[in-house]
Ligand binder design. Sequence first.
Ligand code: FES
Ligand code: FES
Length: 154
Amino acid sequence: MKTVKVTIQVNNEENVLQVKPYETLLETLRERLALTGAKESCGMGACGACTVLVNGIPLRSCLVLTAEVDGADITTIEGLMKDGKLHPLQEAFMEKGAVQCGFCTSGMIMTAKALLDRNKRPTKKEIVRTISSNICRCTGYKKIIEAVEEAGKK
Ligand code: FES
Ligand code: FES
């Protein structure tokens, strides 16, 4: 089968890969690069569990073809820890009890990271609007919103 050569930076590491033309970024991350933090839930762009940053923009990796993001800079939840220290969002999610089953968590955090990267002190309304397309079946969202607010103060 015909494959396509792509070069992607993932968490600051260059990866040169031969991928199938229809291979999703989520498949590439999880199955080729063993980065399983991005979760596959709906597989059709509805839940946000697979969200990663592509050139700083939060995208649903189940809807992105790897061949389309040749040359892109991709950040996954595995790339947030720096010098052995959790990212403030990761700390705040734990402190506030914003994680239950954890299936939505990496997508929530990556979506929230993109928000905090452009606005360190978002209003509650902005946080709600930003995470509203990420589905969480466990927490009721309140603690997630508090965690994002808290992370902005760190
Ligand atoms: S798994 Fe990608 S949006 Fe649900
Ligand atoms: S913590 Fe279970 S779906 Fe959000």
